[in-house]
Design a protein around this ligand. Structure first.
Ligand code: 5HY
Length: 243
C-alpha cells in the first residue's frame, strides 16, 4: 500500500526524521510518500500556525488523492485540518494525536501526554475532549522545548523530556506516555529503553492504523460529516478541489 505522510510544517529535516520512523513501523510492503508543504510556518506551535498551515496541507491531501494513495497521515500533534481533509479525501485520513490516543487507551487505562510548549497544553486538552479520551488521560505536561529544537536535541533537553515522562508516571499516575509532537518520533526507542511504561509515538501509531484500515478495505465514509465538500464556486486556486 502507499501511505502519504504529510508533515504540515515546512521543516524538511523534520519530514525526513518522521519518514524514518514511519518506515521503521511499516510493513515491508508499505511505501511511504513523505511530503512537506511548499508554504507555511516552519513549526506549528499555536492556533494561527495551524490555520496558516492548513491550506498547504490540504493542497497535499488533494495531490495525494489525485495520485491514488491508500491513506493519508497528518503528522502534527494538533491534527490540523483533519476533518477538512476527510471531506476532501476518499482514502482514510489519520491524525497522529487521535491515532496515539486510541492506541494508548488500548494498552493503558490512563495515559499521560508529554508535549513541547506550555502554550500548546490547552490545544492538546481540547483534542482529548473532542475525541472523548479525557477520562483516559492522567494529564498533559509541557517541556517548553520548541518544536525545531527537537531536530538536534541537546542532552539537557532530552533529560527534561525524560523527567516530565517520569513525573507523568509518578505524580499523575500515567500508565503509558503519548509523545505530543511528531518531532519526538525519533526519541521513542531511547525513551522506551529507559522507562517502564509504553511510550507511544503518533507517527508509528498512525502508520499501523493506516495499514490495518487498508487491509480491512475500509475507506472514509462519504455519507454525512465527512461527505464531499459542498459544491460551490471558489475564487482563485482552490477551484479544482471541489470538482
Ligand atoms: C507537531 N507542531 O507535531 C506539533 C506539535 C507541537 O510543528 N509538529 C509541529 O505543538 O509541538
Amino acid at each position: 500500500m502507499l501511505i502519504q505522510l504529510i508533515n504540515p510544517n515546512t521543516s524538511a529535516t523534520m519530514t525526513d526524521a518522521m519518514a524514518t520512523s514511519a518506515h521503521q513501523a511499516a510493513l515491508p510492503t508499505t511505501q511511504i510518500l513523505a511530503s512537506t508543504p511548499l508554504h507555511g510556518p516552519q513549526s506549528i506551535e499555536c492556533a494561527l500556525d495551524e490555520a496558516i498551515a492548513s491550506a498547504a496541507l490540504l493542497d497535499l491531501i488533494q495531490a495525494g488523492k489525485e495520485q491514488g494513495v491508500d491513506a493519508h497521515i497528518i503528522a502534527c500533534f494538533g491534527d490540523p485540518a483533519l476533518e477538512a481533509a476527510r471531506e476532501l479525501a476518499d482514502a482514510p485520513v489519520i491524525g497522529i494525536a487521535e491515532a496515539a490516543f486510541q492506541l494508548a487507551s488500548i494498552v493503558a487505562f490512563k495515559f499521560g501526554v508529554v508535549t513541547t510548549l506550555s502554550r500548546t497544553l490547552p490545544a492538546s486538552e481540547h483534542l482529548l475532549y473532542k475525541y472523548g479520551y479525557e477520562r483516559h488521560c492522567s494529564g498533559v505536561r509541557a517541556t517548553d522545548i520548541p518544536v525545531l529544537a527537537l531536530e538536534h536535541l541537546e542532552p539537557q533537553a532530552y533529560a527534561l523530556l525524560k523527567r516530565e515522562c517520569e513525573q507523568a508516571m509518578t505524580e499523575d499516575g500515567a500508565e503509558a506516555i503519548v509523545l505530543g509532537c511528531a518531532g519526538m518520533s525519533s526519541l521513542v526507542a531511547r525513551l522506551q529503553s529507559e522507562l517502564p511504561v509504553p511510550i507511544i509515538d503518533g507517527v508509528s501509531a498512525a502508520v499501523k492504523w493506516a495499514e490495518a484500515i487498508h487491509q480491512l478495505g475500509i475507506k472514509t465514509s462519504k455519507v454525512g460529516h465527512f461527505g464531499a465538500p459542498v459544491q460551490k464556486s471558489y475564487v482563485g486556486r482552490y477551484e479544482h478541489w471541489t470538482r
